[in-house]
Design a protein around this ligand. Structure first.
Ligand code: URA
Length: 217
């Protein structure tokens, strides 16, 4: 990817790129008026060394609190891991006003709006991808990317202008995706994956150790 100067803008609250998602969020504004119900903006260090890319906001988590992984099951493991590796001030309390600060880390999602059943369709991934491309281009100090799950991984590879066949998804698989950036993929830290032990805390921490090594190299 050519690292030209890019000013990154998050999607507007009333983004209409995905008809199915904007209709879904419109309905939720009626049924859950106290929820955010819009694209969830990235959170963390504005000039990070590590970018973490999830799948999409969860219904009662990020879609409610307006902060990625906040109030979602997956956030408990993600934010405790960030604290363990010295990448936050360790004040995560599942609320957007919990005073949490990330150190050198920014978190975003491949698809920024809540999809029904937590499953974005291909056209929604494609429609949201330019945000990811511009975001990565704009982060000049970036040294590492962590992708959570195959959809996030595949989207990120495409956002970087690379071919999936050259960068297949694998847990804790590491790729040099540019002369500066290492990408490491992980199983998503979802309730399903952690309950079934497809992903254990130890495995997740193993990925963080490799990310830390890549950042400090
Ligand atoms: N919450 C998010 O913001 N992203 C995910 O991928 C899962 C939960």
């Amino acid at each position: 990817m050519k690292m030209s100067k890019t000013v990154f803008k998050e999607p507007p609250y009333n983004c209409k790129r995905c008809p199915r998602l904007s209709k879904f969020l419109k309905e939720l504004r009626v049924s859950h008026p106290d929820y955010h119900n819009g694209p969830v903006q990235s959170f963390g260090d504005p000039d990070p060394r590590l970018l973490i890319i999830g799948l999409a906001p969860g219904m009662h988590g990020a879609n409610r609190t307006a902060r990625p992984f906040t109030g979602d099951w997956a956030g408990d493991l993600l934010y405790s891991s960030l604290a363990k590796f010295g990448m936050s001030n360790d004040s995560y309390d599942a609320r957007a006003d919990d005073g949490l600060e990330l150190k050198g880390v920014q978190i975003t999602n491949a698809v920024r709006c809540l999809p029904p059943q937590n499953k974005p369709i291909g056209a929604e991934c494609t429609a949201c991808r330019p945000y990811l491309t511009d975001q990565i281009k704009s982060l000049k100090r970036l040294k590492a990317i962590m992708t959570l799950g195959k959809i996030s991984h595949d989207n990120t590879i495409r956002a970087l202008g690379l071919k999936l066949k050259d960068y297949p998804f694998g847990h804790n698989k590491s790729y040099n995706v540019s002369d500066k950036i290492t990408l490491i993929s992980s199983y998503h830290c979802s309730r399903y994956n952690t309950n079934t032990k497809r992903l254990t805390e130890e495995m997740f921490h193993g990925v963080f150790q490799n990310l830390k090594d890549a950042i400090e190299a």
